[in-house]
Design a protein around this ligand. Structure first.
Ligand SMILES: Cc1cc2nc3c(=O)[nH]c(=O)nc-3n(C[C@H](O)[C@H](O)[C@H](O)COP(=O)(O)OP(=O)(O)OC[C@H]3O[C@@H](n4cnc5c(N)ncnc54)[C@H](O)[C@@H]3O)c2cc1C
Length: 452
């Protein structure tokens, strides 16, 4: 065998697997294969290149650090959202591993960043009075800048102990006597154990591998909605204390749940390219010099199809494609324009009191989002306006569409091991996690199992 352990994907799941293996069994020969670059930079600079140019390997989604590298670095320590890892390994173990990941992040450059908590907050009561439900969590906000420092330090620690193969997408995984063959474009490598951690960008590839190896999968949900951007003052009373507030609301009209997601105080809205489809996301910096005057967060509605149509991601993709067709990428609309049934135009956006942080195409989201989803989002904006007055202002910006694709859920056991001994499937690629903290914790979990 070339290696004892091969890890596919250098996102948080892969990095924390590698880290824990080097700690627990330093004598093991470990390799990491990553489709993206070691050093990455999204070409959008807001001046020469203003919108997504569809790079072959998206630097937002791929490379060392995975989708997490330019993320906001919000590590939510909770079982209430971010994945269902606890269903496999137990709630206590899941929380312990998330705290362990937090300790490592602090040791590798995150020390001094703030850990926020919903424990004892007054906002829970304020929210519930309007049927808004604030979920419990501790949130470590590293910020895009410190998150990057932590990743650089982790890479500096790992690079002499682990063989990294960048710009090397794995094509197939095959089973051989006593292990696995990892086939890349120009060479094949063998290993005794294999950890697959390919994230959302590897969703199509993961599906193919599961089909080839007959690993059972279940369809997952898709979250569809918009990213809201408004002056930071509107949510400051919440974000100053909690940083991120995950609020869930059940609409009166249809009984659908709408929730806030990925809140970025004083942050920026960004494009996200998943398998060629441009959607929207957000992040913010810890360094005050790089912060903006706006706060952004997503409002999402979950849809899960089972019979006869099962392809929840395909549904989300079609909606995103529609916005890409109409807007050439992401569409932005003022809330006031949406309510009045008219499109936003460049001049209406120009005159707006809120300056967009992303260069998106002014348009009409009602031509893109299904009525039921859009009605739910509008109802939630009015509900949020009661705890954060100003949310429903005419100039509040809505970017669309935001889609959270979840990989189909792969059948694994409590060790996160597939039906093949020594073949582990973890992180967002497994459909079990949807966050930095859960994906990282899943990496530590399998590394400990291998070490044992
Ligand atoms: C802009 C943005 C902001 C975000 N902000 C937050 C946040 O603040 N908090 C939070 O909890 N989550 C956030 N997320 C989500 C978070 O980044 C992911 O949940 C997390 O990165 C998942 O980790 P992972 O290791 O499972 O997968 P990923 O981070 O997606 O890493 C998978 C890696 O595998 C590689 N890969 C894929 N296929 C192959 C292949 N065939 N061969 C080799 N390599 C392959 C990819 O290139 C990628 O680098 C954000 C995501 C984005 C895009």
């Amino acid at each position: 065998m070339n290696y004892d352990v091969i890890i596919i994907g250098a996102g948080p799941g892969g990095i924390f697997s590698a880290y824990e293996l080097t700690q627990r069994c330093p004598d093991k020969r470990i390799a990491v294969f990553e489709a993206g670059h070691a050093r990455r930079r999204c070409p959008i600079d807001g001046e020469k290149i203003k919108t997504c140019i569809g790079c072959k390997s998206c630097s937002i989604m791929s490379g060392f650090g995975g989708a997490g590298a330019f993320s906001d670095g919000k590590y939510n320590i909770t079982n209430d959202f971010g994945g269902t890892l606890y269903e496999y390994i137990g709630k206590r173990q899941a929380l312990e591993l998330m705290r362990y990941v937090d300790e490592i992040n602090m040791r590798y450059g995150g020390a001094g960043t703030k850990l926020y908590s919903t424990a004892g907050t007054q906002f829970k009561k304020a929210c519930i009075q309007y049927d808004l439900h604030l979920l419990d969590a501790s949130v470590r906000h590293l910020g895009t800048d410190i998150n990057y420092v932590v990743l650089e330090n982790l890479y500096a620690y790992l690079r002499d102990k682990v063989d990294f193969f960048f710009d090397t997408p794995v094509e197939t995984v095959k089973i051989v006597d006593g292990g696995y063959v990892i086939q890349c474009a120009n060479a094949a490598y063998t290993c005794e154990k294999c950890i697959i951690s390919v994230g959302r960008s590897g969703s199509k590839w993961m599906e193919k591998v599961c089909k080839e190896l007959e690993i059972p999968t279940k369809s997952n949900r898709v979250d569809i909605g918009v990213r809201v951007e408004l002056p930071a003052e509107v949510f400051a009373h919440l974000t100053d204390e909690l940083y991120e507030s995950k609020i869930v609301y059940r609409t009166k009209q249809y009984g659908d749940k709408v929730r806030t997601f990925c809140m970025n105080p004083k942050g920026a809205v960004v494009n996200e390219n998943t398998n060629g489809i441009i959607t929207v996301n957000g992040h913010s910096y810890e360094d005050p010099a790089r912060q903006t005057e706006n706060t952004n967060f997503a409002l999402l509605v979950a849809k899960h199809f089972s019979e006869p149509f099962k392809d929840s991601n395909g549904y989300g993709e079609s909606i995103a494609r529609l916005s890409n067709m109409l807007g050439g990428g992401v569409i932005v609309q003022r809330f006031g324009d949406l309510i009045r049934g008219r499109r936003s135009t460049p001049s209406r956006i120009e005159e707006s009191f809120v300056t967009p942080t992303l260069n998106a195409t002014p348009g009409d989201l009602s031509l893109v989002l299904p009525k039921r989803i859009l009605d739910g989002i509008i109802e939630m904006i009015y509900a949020l306006d009661k705890v954060a007055p100003g949310t429903a202002n005419d100039d509040t910006l809505l970017y669309g569409v935001e889609v959270k694709f979840y990989n189909m859920e792969v059948e694994v056991d409590e060790k996160l091991q597939s039906r093949y001994p020594g073949l582990y499937i973890i992180g967002d690629g497994s459909g079990i996690t949807h966050s930095l903290s859960h994906a990282s914790a899943s990496g530590v979990h399998v590394a400990r199992d291998i070490a044992r």
